[in-house]
Write a protein that binds this ligand. Structure first.
Ligand SMILES: [Zn+2]
Length: 214
């Protein structure tokens, strides 16, 4: 299931946050405030991790938000904290699995341009050819979100999942999560470095093998 989601949406797919690992708004706000303060000091231009929409940090954060990114390692039963990332409003709404599902239900009765725009953004970010048949496109989109929702239900019912850092270190409390978030240097600047690294043929090969497994 997870592989299928990655295949449909290699870059941006909804975040799966198991119920038992829901982080309170208060802790998120605390992390975001600290990151903003730290980022302002570095006076850098930041951009959305996913679609690269740019924002000048000195003009305050008009639209860019900070999103904590997690991934589930199903084999190791680990819920892994990856890093905080700057994201634009549209990408943020697409990452929010439950929020998006609620939003699309509530927009069924009124004008759904907002949802259409979001879906279009999803295709752009994931480099999905929008010349495909409209029904096929919608089916792909729905498949991605319904599979993610199934993964959310599965992970929420899994008592053996443990909360760890990227390095596999157990995260016991919110202080640890705050510390890890702030230690993540330069946020999205790091991403550019990673992108460059991917050009390395070794990495390319590894990626291809991963896709073949499916
Ligand atoms: Zn974006």
């Amino acid at each position: 299931m997870n592989q299928r989601v990655k295949k449909i949406a290699p870059k941006l797919s909804p975040l799966i946050i198991p119920k038992q690992f829901t982080i309170s708004e208060k802790i998120k706000d605390e992390i975001f405030e600290k990151i903003k303060t730290k980022s302002k000091k570095s006076k850098t231009n930041f951009k959305c991790f996913y679609c690269e929409k740019k924002e000048n940090i000195e003009e305050e954060f008009n639209e860019l938000k900070i999103q904590l990114i997690f991934e589930i390692d199903w084999k190791k039963s680990q819920y892994k904290f990856i890093e905080p990332r700057f994201v634009c409003e549209k990408c943020s709404q697409l990452l929010d699995l439950n929020g998006f599902i609620l939003r699309s239900f509530s927009s069924l009765e009124r004008n759904s341009t907002e949802i259409e725009n979001l879906i279009e953004h999803f295709f752009q970010v994931n480099s999905i050819d929008q010349n495909l048949n409209q029904n096929d496109l919608l089916t792909l989109f729905q498949e991605c979100y319904s599979l993610s929702f199934s993964l959310f239900i599965l992970s929420s019912a899994n008592p053996s999942l443990i909360f760890v850092s990227k390095e596999g270190e157990k995260i016991e409390n919110s202080e640890k999560l705050i510390e890890l978030s702030l230690n993540n240097e330069n946020l999205n600047e790091k991403k550019e470095f990673e992108t460059k690294k991917k050009v390395n043929p070794k990495n390319k090969r590894r990626k291809r093998n991963f896709n073949q497994k499916k």
